[in-house]
Design a protein around this ligand. Structure first.
Ligand code: PLP
Length: 416
């Protein structure tokens, strides 16, 4: 976040939605209405479980994705991040095994680590988590006389991998959970940000909420600044989660829950989601084009149908944590792949975000990273005397071409 705040840096690092897309006049009108009509209530504490009005909105949003949660199974949390923290707090003792995808959401890594979980990571491919490898992992854990407390998955437009779990694997995972009485934690911040293809049912819908706990958030469809997310869990888990939340922060901000109520009270909320989807689709395409153009032929990357990220894998002699230091000198940032693993893997991968920058900035950012990679490749070849195995298909080492616009320096705080 510190890097992102430096105006000269093109940050492809954070998972920031573009909040400049939210009309300031709507924000002003909604907050004014709250101040005029519900000032005392909005400035007060609220129930730990969240307001009924917020839960109605949550049920409506989940309904758009085909889910029908029971309102009593929903708790409002301080962002989706707190939902993950509360699950871990409720279910984990030190040394308990958690299974996550490899790579997994970088923000989940400190959660599992801080509760001293033994996190095992099951690889993903373009169809999401490898359920065959998951079964093998469960078998070998059973042979050791243990079982995971839960399996954590971001099945739709995975952060950071960009992959979406296929319907076949979703069904297999839910079936496996039933057979083995295994809890699944489905984390779904991006489901409504689809740029192409057909929507798939959530694990929560397929399972009916028996073995699948569900974490959601308003961060990517409204605003991360409001810090409102939620968790759906069956009553025995929910009881403990509520105690955990009381200990953590008593309740989620009343003021921002009122804002959620106002925003979703307007029929047009889905229009706003459609607007950001159109903008992010253009940015995703700009990033995929730029990768084709500026990254070397040895690089591989995901082609996400939605969400906010592309996952890039480079030759294994390039360490992306080292590369980041060099990229920062060129005023461009990304997330090194190691952040998405608990065991040091991912060192030649990187996560690139395409929602937070304009299409021109994305092209320029990718071009700069492409140059830094090209320098590393040249250095490697000079040291090892190896010739190029694959000719670069991209123009990584070329001078900027005509359609790369020189960007003016932005004064602090100003957005294009
Ligand atoms: C997969 C995933 N889960 C949870 C979160 C947490 O989001 P928030 O706490 O803003 O709701 C994020 C944010 O980027 C995410 O990508």
């Amino acid at each position: 976040m510190e890097i992102t705040a430096r105006p000269e840096v093109i940050s492809l690092a954070g998972g920031l939605p573009d909040t400049t897309t939210f009309p300031p006049e709507s924000f002003a009108a909604q907050m004014t209405r709250i101040a005029q009509e519900s000032s005392a209530e909005a400035l007060q504490y609220g129930p730990t479980e969240g307001f009924e009005r917020t839960k109605d909105v949550i049920c409506e949003v989940m309904g758009v994705e085909g889910m029908r949660p029971d309102r009593d199974d929903v708790i409002v949390t301080t962002g989706g991040q707190q939902a993950l923290d509360l699950i871990a707090k409720t279910l984990l003792d030190p040394g308990d095994v958690v299974i996550a995808e490899g790579p997994t959401y970088p923000g989940a890594v400190p959660v599992f680590c801080s509760y001293q979980a033994d996190t095992r990571q099951v690889p993903i491919d373009e169809h999401g988590m490898r359920i065959d490898v998951l079964e093998e992992t469960l078998d070998s854990l059973a042979a050791e006389g243990t079982a995971p407390k839960f399996v954590y998955s971001v099945p739709t437009f995975q952060n950071p991998g960009g992959a979406t779990m296929s319907l076949e694997r979703r069904r297999a995972l839910v079936e496996l959970a039933r057979e083995r009485e295994l809890l699944i934690v489905e984390d779904n911040p991006y489901g409504l940000l689809r740029y192409e293809g057909e929507a798939l049912p959530a694990l929560y819908e397929l399972d009916g909420g028996d073995y699948v706990l569900y974490a959601g958030t308003f961060s990517k469809i409204l605003s991360p600044g409001i810090r409102v997310g939620w968790l759906c869990a069956p009553p025995p888990v929910m009881e403990k989660v509520v105690l955990g939340k009381q200990a953590a922060d008593l309740c989620t901000s009343t003021l921002t829950q009122y804002f959620v109520g106002e925003f979703f009270g307007e029929e047009r909320w889905m229009d706003y989601v459609d607007d950001v989807v159109a903008i992010y689709r253009g940015r995703r395409d700009a990033m995929l084009d730029a990768l084709e153009r500026f990254f070397p032929a040895e690089a591989r990357w995901s082609r996400p149908e939605g969400g906010l990220f592309v996952w890039v894998t480079l030759p294994d002699y390039i360490n992306t944590t080292d590369l980041l230091a060099k990229a920062l000198r060129e005023n461009v940032a990304f997330v090194p792949g190691e952040a998405a693993f608990t065991d040091g893997r991912g060192s030649h991968s990187m996560r690139l975000n395409f929602s937070a920058q304009s299409e021109d900035e994305i092209r320029e950012g990718v071009r700069r990273i492409g140059r830094v990679i090209a320098d590393q490749l040249d250095l490697y070849r000079t040291i090892t005397g190896e010739h190029r195995m694959v000719e670069p298909g991209a123009a990584a080492a070329e001078e900027p071409s005509a359609d790369v616009l020189p960007l003016r320096r932005r004064p602090r705080g100003e957005r294009d």
